[in-house]
Design a protein around this ligand. Sequence first.
Ligand SMILES: [Zn+2]
Length: 267
Amino acid sequence: MQLFDSHAHLTDPAFNSDRKTLIENVLPQDGIAGVAEIGCSPEEWQETLTLADEYRGFIFPVLGVHPENASKFTAAQETLLSTLIQRACAVGEIGLDYTCLEVADKDLQQHLFMQMLRLASLHEKTAVLHVRRTAEDYSVYDDTFALLKQYFTAPKKRPYAGVLHCFCARYEEAEKALDEGFLLGINGCFTYKKNEYIREAVKKAGPSYLVLETDCPYLSPQGKRGQRNDPSNLALLAPFVADYLGVEPETLAEITTRNTKALYGLE
Ligand SMILES: [Zn+2]
């Protein structure tokens, strides 16, 4: 079974003690065929590209600016990103996060998101979306889709516009994402007991529109919660998701690996 982690943060200090062993020995043995590494603050861009250069063909860089960094983003950083982005396979993670309005208000976040969407459109890259709501207020999705429609043009050479990373919403939101050409990124959240609504929405969407991700070092799957997450945990996630959707784990692995490669323009 070959699995592809569509969203990881391996440059995180949580991996400082064993990054090399993990990437060179553990992940290949556990059937991990590739990892998309997300560098979403200016401090992480160079490190992300360096890691991807070191493990070419296994680690693929995605660069952008996370909404929580909206108040610190400078014009000089924007210029730098417009150069570095040519080496990235997508722009991300970008979007709106209404749980961190105290560090960056809605106006700042929406302005940054617009800049990132224009950058992705200009360079014909797919977009890795981070969308986070507060409690039962789903308006952050309305704002996201409105900005997408206004400022984003999906790359012509790829079959998908991007991915709604860490999918944790209802079928209503899933359907809107699929209509815009986005895939759904499924991670440990899918396995948590209280998240039946996520499982139902994903089941209704069907396996064809999914990619698997860890978002490591965060969001370990049920059974490993509280521990550091890493891409090898996809070997736990895939059978769990496959079982719920009523498909063979190998089938799900095949579909999601193919989708991830298409999403990032690999091969
Ligand atoms: Zn992430």
